[in-house]
Design a protein around this ligand. Structure first.
Ligand code: AHR
Length: 339
């Protein structure tokens, strides 16, 4: 009799536990050892195009672990369609929250509306989206790409003056070539606009001319390839390279050396990100400045996710801190760099 009673009690406890787990009908969150429900976050990353991106991915994965959040990580291999598929799959799984790095600015309205209809909050990370209705996402955590572009021009203008530089091909204008990031991405658009805007507003703006500007897709290989083609047409004219990221600058350095020129001397090089590789190049005198774009966004993302799910108010737009690092501080700064 005692055995039968114990069996009935055990079955009843199992039924109650199963009922508690699926109460909201959408959460796939598993229970932690203490019985607390674990948050599940679906995260769609662009891919692994640069040193910066690798650091960004590691930051998100580590922060999720530290915060006790279960991360469903999806790599889109540089394709928006893969990101849309991933977001739809997160919705179907009923994750608690979705975060994603939008590869391009536009084309997100429909899928974000689907997430909103499923009552799953969305956080936009690193890059921006352009959507008709801002309530389709709860927060954006990331970088101010317009400011980065403005900082590039500001540093360049002061540097050329301080160094008493003159245009290599004569005349009264410095010839600038630009390696742009992914076409249609908010960061490529913002960096280019910020740079051009600062140039237009500066008294010295007329001293600079954008000779050529083309995408290098944020990769080292493409940066090298496009720089080779710039050099083929204008080897003896180019004074400045502005690369939208450090990886493309590192690829371009190889192309400049192969063309028999000295990167960092014949051609002034400034790029964005602040990865270790560009600090090493600056120490060797092959690059001149990097404007930081901070990839360590994981912790802020997890904190924001928890607040959102707790019903707390969060800032709609949060930018992470960023600095400017010229070559003369590279040696001192490199040991402190985290990515
Ligand atoms: O969105 C941030 C940019 O994307 C970084 O500057 C670049 O390195 C990355 O691939």
């Amino acid at each position: 009799m005692k055995k039968i009673l114990a069996l009935v009690m055990a079955i009843m406890m199992m039924v109650v536990a199963a009922g508690c787990g699926g109460s909201d009908g959408k959460s796939s969150g598993s229970s932690s050892a203490g019985g607390e429900k674990k948050i599940t976050m679906g995260f769609s990353q662009i891919g692994a195009e640069s040193e910066w991106r690798t650091a960004n991915t590691e930051s998100v994965k580590q922060a999720a672990k530290d915060a006790g959040i279960e991360l469903q990580f999806s790599d889109a291999q540089q394709k928006q369609e893969n990101q849309i598929k991933a977001i739809r799959s997160f919705i179907a799984q009923g994750v608690d929250i979705i975060a994603f790095v939008p590869i391009v600015e536009t084309g997100w309205d429909t899928v974000l509306k689907e997430a909103k209809d499923a009552k799953i909050p969305v956080i936009v990370v690193d890059r921006d989206v352009k959507v008709a209705d801002d309530s389709l996402y709860v927060a954006k955590i990331g970088t101010d790409s317009v400011k980065e572009g403005q900082n590039v021009f500001k540093w360049l203008d002061e540097y050329m003056k301080k160094q008493n530089k003159t245009p290599r091909a004569g005349g009264d204008q410095f010839q600038v070539v630009v390696l742009e990031g992914t076409v249609g991405s908010s960061v490529a658009i913002g960096r280019q606009n910020g740079f051009k805007d600062a140039m237009a507003k500066s008294e010295d703006g007329k001293k600079f001319n954008i000779l050529a500007s083309q995408t290098g897709e944020f990769t080292r290989a493409k940066g090298q390839e496009v720089m080779e083609s710039f050099l083929k047409s204008d080897r003896d004219k180019i004074d400045v390279l502005f690369a939208h990221n450090d990886d493309m600058a590192l690829g371009a350095i190889q192309a400049i050396e192969a063309a028999g020129l000295q990167p960092g001397k014949d051609i002034t090089i400034i790029s964005i990100d602040g990865v270790k590789g560009i600090f090493e190049a600056m120490i060797k005198g092959k690059a001149n400045c990097t404007v930081e774009c901070n990839p360590l966004q994981g912790q802020l993302l997890m904190e924001t996710a928890k607040k959102v799910l707790n019903g707390e108010k969060v800032e709609k737009l949060v930018y992470v801190d960023e600095g400017v690092f010229p070559a003369d501080v590279a040696e001192k700064t490199l040991p402190e760099r985290k990515y």
